[in-house]
Design a protein around this ligand. Structure first.
Ligand code: PBG
Length: 329
């Protein structure tokens, strides 16, 4: 890069002097078009449940979804992401409930599509962890998460979500080869227009704790997810993951978590020039909320951090702050 000019004829503070000038020279900004709103679902009627480790975030029963979706649409949020809290008695070794066409996610998709049509997009996680009795994203056999057998179930889970009306299928399981298999099955079944957002770069992170509490898998999880999610020391591996998923048919890719991985967002964007989404995960959310609630930092850090995602190259951000900040943008 060439830097031209020098002090004193060049003074960078000149552009910063007035508010209007700062606005004119601003390079990145956050808008409601950048926000994806995660919603936790719970069984039952007329429920809006607090989640202890995520202050300000709730689980909604399907009949109560309008409480949050009406506002999301009013605030111009383009898409919601659905996550189920599955009752313990519905969980088993194989995550069978994931293939039940009347499971929480399927009922929620049908409700939203019927009521709102295409006013808002729906994205659904593909993975088994909300449904397995051991809390893993895949099938557990002799202490190992088995890849290819898991992918077969994920293909069925994806097809079911597409049949219900899901717009964006988002596999978050990190099994090898699932994007290609899912794309093929969607195409074969006439769902060529259903988009695939691959969680291509998902790290085995300590920031997921509150989410596991929210979907009820925290106390079930045996061991860790390091044999399928990535080591946070690695970045070149992220490039390999993304290039494979693009070849297999991913329309967009996710980097997850967010704040500690801005370098990864940037390098994926620079290398592939495709839509890159960032996931500001539950542990990031709750840590920030705690700092704000204790008066340690001002809530302005929310927009500052989300803008840093944009600066790094993210097209959109999955964030639990979406509902809180949308009407401020
Ligand atoms: C499950 C999944 C996880 C998150 C989204 N999908 C948790 C995990 O991998 O253990 C985490 C999201 C968050 O922490 O906000 N496949």
């Amino acid at each position: 890069m060439i830097i031209t000019g020098k002090y004193p004829s060049l003074r960078l503070r000149r552009n910063r002097k007035k508010n209007w000038s700062r606005r004119l020279t601003q390079e990145n900004s956050l808008s409601t078009n950048d926000l994806i709103l995660p919603i936790f679902l719970v069984d039952g009627k007329n429920k809006k449940q607090t989640i202890k480790s995520m202050p300000g975030v709730y689980r909604y029963s399907v009949d109560n979804l309008s409480l949050i979706i009406d506002r999301a649409i009013k605030n111009n949020i383009p898409m919601v992401a659905l996550f189920p809290y599955t009752k313990p008695k519905l969980k088993d070794l194989y995550g069978s409930e994931s293939l039940n066409e009347n499971n929480l996610v399927c009922r929620a998709i049908r409700f939203i599509k019927k009521k709102y049509k295409d006013k808002i997009g729906i994205m659904c996680d593909v993975a088994l962890d909300p449904y397995t009795s051991h809390g893993h994203d895949g099938l557990l056999k002799n202490g190992k998460i088995i890849n290819d057998e898991t992918v077969e179930i994920l293909v069925k889970q994806s097809l079911l979500q597409a049949q219900m009306g899901c717009d964006v299928i988002a596999p978050s399981d990190m099994m090898d080869g699932r994007i290609g298999k899912i794309r093929k099955s969607l195409d074969k079944n006439n769902f060529q227009d259903v988009q695939l957002l691959s969680y291509a770069v998902k790290y085995a992170s300590n920031f997921y704790g509150p989410f596991r509490d929210a979907v009820g898998s925290k106390n079930l999880l045996r061991g860790d997810k390091k044999t399928y999610q990535m080591d946070y020391s690695n970045s070149l591996e992220a490039i390999r993951e993304v290039s494979l998923d693009i070849k297999e048919g991913a329309d967009m890719v996710m980097v997850k978590p967010g704040l500690a991985y801005l370098d990864i967002i940037k390098s994926v964007k620079e290398n592939f020039k495709i839509p890159v989404f960032a996931y500001q995960v539950s542990g990031e959310y709750s840590t920030i909320v705690n700092g704000i609630d204790k008066g340690i930092v001002d809530e302005k850090i929310i927009i500052e951090i989300l803008t840093s995602f944009k600066r790094a190259g993210a097209n959109a951000i999955v964030t639990y702050f979406a509902d809180r900040i949308a009407n401020k943008l």
